[in-house]
Every structure is written in C-alpha cells, then in structure tokens.
Design a protein around this ligand. Sequence first.
Ligand code: 3PG
Length: 415
Amino acid sequence: MAKIPKAPTLDDIDPRNSKVLMRIDINSPIEPETGRILDTTRFESHVKTIKELAIERNNALVLMSHQGRPGSTDFVLLNNHSRILSEYLGIEVKYIDDIIGPAARETIASLDNGEILLLDNTRLLSEETIEMVPEKHATSIFVRRLSEHFDYYVNDAFATAHRSQPSIVGFPLVLPSSMGRLMEKEVNALSKVFNPEVEPKIFVLGGAKVHDTLRIIEHIVANKVADRILTTGLVAFLFMVSKGIDIGKQQKALLEKKGILPLVPRARRLLLKGAPVETPIDFKVEIPDGSVEIRALGSLDGPAKDIGPQTITMYSEFFQEARIIVMRGPAGVIEDERFKEGTILLVEKALSSGAFTIFGGGHFNAVFKELNNEELVNRVGHLSTGGGALLLFLAGEPLPALEALNMSARKFLGW
Ligand code: 3PG
C-alpha cells in the first residue's frame, strides 16, 4: 500500500503577523503568438490559502512559481500572472522581475504585513532545474539567499509536488513549514483512494499517456487498490490486444506508431494475474465521408474515436456498485464534437452514482461545463490540479514535496 508521509498543515505552524514564503503552481498554458494565459484554473485554486495567510493571518506573503521550462514557448516572466492573481484576489499582488537578487531581497525586506509579492519565474535560476535530495537543495544559493528573510515556508503547489527542486524541497529543511490549503485538500481527497475501508473503488483510465497509465494500473493491481479498472482510449486498445480481441487495422497501426505494442507482454502479465481490467465492447468509428457509425467488436474497420453506447451502459452499471470512482483522461477524441459524448456521459453517470468522485486532468473543467447541470457538478468530489504529480501519487510513488515537509516537521515541530 502506498505510504503517504504525514505533512503539517497551517494549523500546525500557525503563522501570524510574520513573513511567509509560499510556493504555488500557476504554471499555465500560454498562447505562443500573444503570450496570453489560456487557462486560469490554477490561479483560482490558490486563492483560499493566499487570503488566509495575507488577510486573515496578516502575514507579509511572498509567492513563487515556475512557468514552463527553459527553451519552451511558455517559459515567460510572471508579470501577467501577478495581474491575474490580483484580479482573483481583489487585492494587489506586487510583482518583481527578480528572485534572489538585491532588488527582490530589498522588496521582501520592506514588505508590510497583509501585502503580497510575486517573485519571478523560479526556473530562471539554474538551481531550480536540477533534481536533487532536500539536504542538497537546502544548501543551494537560492535557499540560502531567500530563507534568511522568512519565518515560515508554505507549499501549496500540489501540481509540482513530484519535483525535487529547491523551491519545493530545499526550504522545508531550513524553515518551519507546512502544506497550504490546496495541497492539504488534494492530499486528503486523494488519500481516500488508498483507504481500504472505502470500497469498492473503480478506476476509469483513458487518454493518450499509455506508458504512465500502465504504470498506475500495475501499482493499483499489485496493491489491490481497485476493484475494477475500466479502460478507454489507447490504453483500452492495449488491453484488448492483450486479451486477443481484434481492434482493427487503424488501431493496431496507431499502437505501433506510438510505440505501445511492446507494452503488450506487461499488460498480458497483469491479466494473467487476474487484474480486473474491463475493455469497451463497442466504439464510434469515423467513416471516410465524415459520418460516424457505431461498431461492435469484430467490425472495427476505421478509426475508433470514442466509446459506443453499449460500453457506456456497461461501465455505468459498474458505477452503481462503487463508493469511489477515480477518472483520469478522456474516453475519446473530445476536441472533436463528434467524439466527446462518451466522456461526457461517463462523467454524468459517475456523478449520478452517489460514489465519491475524483477527476484528474484539465479537460474535465470543459466537460463539467458541457453537462450544463449545476446540481450534478456540485457533486464533484475532487478535481485535482495535478498532472505528473497526480500520476505519481496514484502510482504509489513518493512525492518529494510531502517527504520534505515531513522532514521539516521532525526538525522544527518535534514530530
Ligand atoms: C505541471 O503542469 O504538471 C506542473 O506545473 C509541473 O510542471 P513540470 O512538468 O514542467 O515540472
């Protein structure tokens, strides 16, 4: 069973009228031509912790985040980010185009309680792009330069919790530290997945990241986390081939092109061990004239781009027995109007089932809007902000951010 290190919350360190450094993750998709930030979900997700620290607890709050990776078009400065954050908070978030230089340190030193400052993109610092153990990062120039200005460090960046970089794992070793409210919410909701008392658990796994998804399946099968794994998308085709089901020429060519066929022996091993993996029984197939036909197994001669109605019925019946449903990745090519129905209906059925629902992946926001049913959307148990971090968490691999916070608690809080 996955071991989740216990990490302190804001209630454990109780920072008030102090100087607090907080790691957030407002790394967002950026339109390359204009630099426009295309999705502000992550900004909104940090509002609760920022308000609590700056307004309710009257701290001088300094925020740091990365954006993109050096060399990519979304690797930009954070001036626009501070503007959007200010809009969400309804109070000014100052911005400085510096991180550890004299300008940043002077501004930090003169920041009053209740004020908020956003430093620049942490990945401008080369140290931030290296993965090392917390002990090493605790002695980095980044951590040494900034930590002397602060009383506390808070990590609210669940989406970056899988990185062992100084802004994530270095500060907890030199400052009393805790999770922010978003990190706490993510960890609490996702921990339910590993609670053996809440059963049955159904995982619905789709999308294009087959290698990662197979790793999750291997883990949840080894630890008997899931009672059923309902597959869609490319991962479904992988398991269908492994079961000896004919997936049609196009699907086979796609698996070959994407380097997925070598995974068949691993998938077969899981099935031989009795892994409870279900695969679709019909699909929506694109016909050369642009129309769409429902095809059953054995007649998949064309690109199968969504699950069909019988699969939706079968999977929805499984939902009736679930107490937890974890859904990750779309069931079809949802960018295309003709192939988004499978994903939308699965979400609708999961929300109607009464199970606690956990969703992973930014596309679910768009799917919730499509439902056009506020009452149903209110039943969403948890929508995770994590991409890679969520994958690692579900795969049972340790998250460096939580481990560093646990080390911090042992050092500063006497845990
Ligand atoms: C993400 O979007 O998954 C996080 O912000 C982490 O980004 P990274 O994969 O560039 O570290």
